[in-house]
Design a protein around this ligand. Structure first.
Ligand SMILES: NC(=O)c1ccc[n+]([C@@H]2O[C@H](COP(=O)([O-])OP(=O)(O)OC[C@H]3O[C@@H](n4cnc5c(N)ncnc54)[C@H](O)[C@@H]3O)[C@@H](O)[C@H]2O)c1
Length: 345
């Protein structure tokens, strides 16, 4: 089958990962890259790939099948609308946009068209994630009672050199915890309310150093999640899965799901149950490691995008779905600001 033609707009940290994946996969072909900064193109072979300074220049010469948007979040909307107006399908990095008014513009732009927008919450492609979701849905842990999670690591200091990374839209809640929030919605169910507090004692930027979140799901399970980009701990998704070549993995789990009939360490899928039927705290608890292969989720996402473009699959995460993850993430920040619990519609 002919590979789909993809252009990448924004070739920084994550854009380069998309470029490499597109070049490596048989289903996708890189037809162009768009970035005003030439420096950010180093490290990959783009000798035969046309390079444009902005999306308008790209569309004067090409009409790719699909566009990957990996610009800073504050610059997602304009290239997204430009690309949609030229009939392209989109894979937009997460968060879909910085606010819901912007994401609604993207949702409106695809209404009554055959175009699709897939949002880059790539964790949904892991087999472990889909298996945990199935275990909750089929009641393998009994009734889901609670979940606790952490995303705590220390980002390198130069990461914060660009001014946009010091601002709240680039803080770890919006940039990183949105992955965990999307994952929790996907695996455990919709989130009904959140309460959160942040602290700023390390860097003193507008963006937070630490945030602690308490949440209630629509199924009445409760959750807690602690995140920080200022602590060298081993507990974060990237450490558990070894998914980012630049971040050495630890294999440590970062989520625990607790049910009325058993519990699950996640994403490594270690299931814990009582050794006795209806056992209580006097019965020994046993563990079982479930089979778990971590595939390359970026590649799986791009293969899915190619299938979506060809009309063979529906997007695993649409613009509307990603907007709900954005809404929960924004509710966390609203709760930090107001000091109050925020209900989600
Ligand atoms: N899925 C993930 O795991 C993941 C990881 C990191 C970042 N992200 C997301 O990816 C996006 C980019 O983050 P990053 O860390 O790669 O940023 P970055 O600053 O490293 O790269 C952004 C690039 O976009 C370019 N750019 C800026 N405005 C542009 C425009 N109007 N048109 C074309 N290019 C433009 C910049 O020159 C830069 O090269 C953000 O939305 C972020 O939240 C996702």
């Amino acid at each position: 089958m002919k590979p789909v033609q993809l252009a990448v707009i924004g070739t920084g940290n994550v854009g380069i990962r998309h470029v490499k994946a597109i070049q490596a996969l048989p289903d996708t072909e890189l037809c162009a890259v768009v970035d005003p900064s030439i420096d950010s193109l180093s490290g990959v072979d783009l000798a035969n790939t046309p390079h444009f300074k902005d999306a308008q220049a790209l569309f004067k010469e090409q009409r790719p099948d699909g566009i990957v948007i990996a610009t800073p979040t504050i610059h997602h909307l304009q290239p997204a609308l430009e690309s949609l107006s030229h009939g392209c399908h989109l894979l937009i990095e997460k968060p879909i946009t910085t606010d819901l008014a912007e994401s609604q513009k993207i949702i409106d732009a695809i209404e009554n068209t055959n175009q699709h927008v897939l949002v880059g919450h790539h964790r949904r492609y892991y087999a472990a994630v889909q298996q945990a979701k199935k275990m909750i849905q089929t009641g393998e842990l009994g009734k889901l009672l609670a979940v606790s999670g952490q995303w705590c690591l220390k980002k390198h200091n130069t990461y914060y050199d660009p001014d946009w990374r010091k601002q709240w839209p680039a803080g770890p809640v919006m940039t990183n915890a949105i992955h965990d929030i999307d994952l929790l919605r996907f695996v455990c169910g919709e989130i009904k309310s959140v309460y959160a507090e942040s602290s700023y004692q390390v860097q003193g930027f507008e963006k937070e150093d630490v945030t602690a979140i308490v949440m209630r799901f629509e199924n009445d399970a409760l959750g807690t999640f602690v995140l920080s980009d200022q602590s060298p701990s081993p507990w974060a998704w990237e450490y558990a899965t070894d998914e980012n070549p630049a971040i050495p993995g630890t294999g440590e789990n970062c989520f625990r799901l607790v049910g009325s009939q058993g519990s699950l360490e996640f994403p490594n899928l270690v299931q814990w149950t009582s050794t006795q039927d209806g056992g209580d705290w006097f019965s020994p608890i046993q563990s079982k490691s479930l089979k778990n292969d971590y595939l390359n989720a970026f590649n799986a996402q791009l293969t899915h995008f190619a299938n979506v473009i060809r009309g063979q699959q529906k997007p695993l995460i649409t613009a509307a779905d990603a907007s709900r993850s954005l809404a929960v993430t924004q509710a966390v920040l609203a709760s930090v600001k107001s000091g109050k619990r925020v209900m989600l519609g």
